[in-house]
Design a protein around this ligand. Structure first.
Ligand SMILES: Cc1cc2nc3c(=O)[nH]c(=O)nc-3n(C[C@H](O)[C@H](O)[C@H](O)COP(=O)(O)OP(=O)(O)OC[C@H]3O[C@@H](n4cnc5c(N)ncnc54)[C@H](O)[C@@H]3O)c2cc1C
Length: 395
């Protein structure tokens, strides 16, 4: 019997598997898809992953403690020192530009933009031999008993654990099997993501332009590259994603601000925008982390950062319980975990929704509030520094 069984070896699940295994627990990890490989150089076989994350300082620290941050090839890391938001119409900035800098909060940088597959691969590369990996695994059923829970799998038969962790993403099968409901909605908008080559050398700024059709963002990537995120109606986003690369580049030049410069599109795709929050974070011996517990509007790039924060809190509680000879799935521990994480996640999700409403409205009142808000924040000294530290995950 395993101490802990983790379902889902994405960024969040893999980090927990590694943490528990490094701490001497008997751990099983079940993943349905073969993991990506680390590759030091970008090449035709290892192109940039379309999915990238703005990993904040707190998440960096978590990955460093696990020895995974250091394993990501430096050529695939892009630190950013500045974070900027502004309103624009027809490519021209129309109000205050709000810029947070690492210098203002006395930090070397605010975070790194990293490809999701490189973070996941770096975590998998650190897995010790004692960690039992079942991959590819297909779960058939869950059974909960008084002192263990078991998963029936197609390929590996029954796997038993004292604590089962659902880290299997927004449509979590384990969450459903455990009977945990969720609430949320699909936003009317979708977002186009494009990896581009830029005319400028590597940049240290990530910016977000707010327009009445939705935000448009630039995230710098290593070398002369960037990741663009374009929010619009799902219909428009699907149309954009279906364009050929030259046509899409033309649309980007027309609708992104001039500061982007000339771009060449390397790849593109689109994502629906979903908000989902589990009604509770545990049931019996099953506990949820990361996107299995909450899927957030990617507006401020907080999804995986919240997931890593869940993982860290859960790891601390479980390791303390095990050290005291207690059941790692005891109800007091699981209630404590939910109490610490659910409100924090809800706060961030609601803040993102507030921003989303504010910046997607054409009402004159909202327009005034946005302008006033950006101007005020741009001149707000200590408050601004606090928000910068919060964005970096240091508050
Ligand atoms: C367009 C977009 C941009 C984003 N940008 C950012 C950003 O800048 N910063 C940020 O922090 N976040 C960002 N996010 C969110 C971020 O990608 C997610 O929060 C993050 O991937 C969640 O990680 P996870 O490990 O919880 O889940 P996932 O990444 O979904 O991983 C789940 C894993 O479980 C496996 N799995 C699924 N089902 C099963 C099963 N039944 N059995 C076994 N294994 C299973 C999957 O194969 C996968 O490996 C963005 C999201 C989107 C859509």
């Amino acid at each position: 019997m395993f101490d802990v069984v983790i379902v889902g070896g994405g960024m969040v699940g893999a980090s927990l598997a590694l943490k528990f295994s490094q701490s001497g627990l008997k751990v099983a990890l079940l993943e349905k898809t073969n993991p990506p490989q680390l590759s030091p150089q970008l090449s035709a076989v290892a192109p940039v992953d379309l999915r990238v994350s703005a990993v904040n300082r707190r998440s960096e620290q978590w990955l460093s403690e696990l020895g995974a941050f250091q394993a990501i090839p430096p050529q695939r890391l892009c630190p950013y020192q500045r974070l900027q938001a502004f309103e624009a119409t027809d490519g021209k900035v129309t109000g205050a530009e709000l810029t947070f800098t690492a210098e203002e909060i006395k930090q070397p940088h605010l975070g790194h933009i990293i490809e999701n597959n490189q973070i996941q691969a770096a975590l998998w590369q650190q897995f010790p031999a004692e960690l039992s990996v079942f991959c590819p695994a297909t779960i058939v059923s869950l059974q909960q008993e008084s002192n263990y829970a078991s998963l029936q799998t197609q390929e590996f038969g029954e796997i038993r654990g004292r604590l089962l962790i659902a880290a299997d993403g927004g449509t979590s099968q384990l969450r459903t099997l455990a009977g945990i409901g969720s609430n949320g909605w699909q936003y009317q908008q979708g977002c186009l993501v494009a990896t581009v080559e830029t005319e400028y050398a590597q940049q240290d700024i990530t910016w977000q332009q707010f327009t009445e059709q939705g935000p448009r963002a630039f995230l710098p990537l290593p070398g002369a590259m960037g990741s663009l995120v374009w929010y619009d109606s799902q219909q428009r986003v699907k149309q954009l994603a279906a364009l050929n690369r030259d046509e899409l580049a033309q649309q980007i030049q027309q609708h992104f601000p001039e500061k982007l410069g000339k771009v060449k599109v390397l790849q593109q795709g689109w994502f629906p925008l979903t908000r989902m929050h589990a009604n509770r974070y545990s049931a019996g011996r099953v506990v949820l982390v990361g996107d299995a517990a909450h899927t957030i509007n990617p507006l401020a790039g907080q999804g995986v950062n919240l997931g890593f924060a869940d993982a860290k809190v859960l790891a601390e509680l479980v390791l303390a319980a095990m050290a005291a000879g207690e059941d790692p799935a005891n109800s007091v521990l699981l209630a404590k975990y939910q109490q610490q994480r659910k409100n924090a996640n809800l706060l961030m999700m609601s803040a993102m929704d507030g921003f989303y409403q504010l910046f997607n409205s054409t009402s004159p009142l909202f327009r005034f509030a946005r302008k006033a808000g950006l101007t005020l924040a741009a001149n707000a000294g200590p408050l601004k520094a606090w928000v910068g530290a919060y964005a970096a995950g240091l508050k």
